[in-house]
Ligand binder design. Sequence first.
Ligand SMILES: [Zn+2]
Length: 138
Amino acid sequence: MDDCIFCKIVSGEIPFFKIYEDDKVLAFEDINPVSKGHTLVIPKRHAQDLWEISDEDLAAVLLASKKIARAIKKILNPIGVACLQLNGRGVNQMVMHYHLHLVPRSPEEPELMFTSWELRHGDMDLIKKTAELIASAI
Ligand SMILES: [Zn+2]
């Protein structure tokens, strides 16, 4: 897509710090990192989100993310790596080209804001009804 910043990265129009590339996937450092080693893994073929990405590209992104997470573990020795993927402006997806965030956390870094939510006991009836509704749509 002409106005997609990640498509411009794929085509080489915009410089980036490459981590990994194969025929379907590109991975590079996020230039607004949440932590050291924050990496984005994207399909080369444009797809906006999880609803749009092909099964083939999704599988390739996930398999590549495993290789990259291994390298992050080896090099940065984090105490954990969060895999985060946002779909839609309502959950703050900023670039409308599917991307999986790999966010390592080193011992000296603060807890990641999106991994530190407070647990609250849910409404069991509502949870049950919602589960049944979603399951019925699959
Ligand atoms: Zn794109």
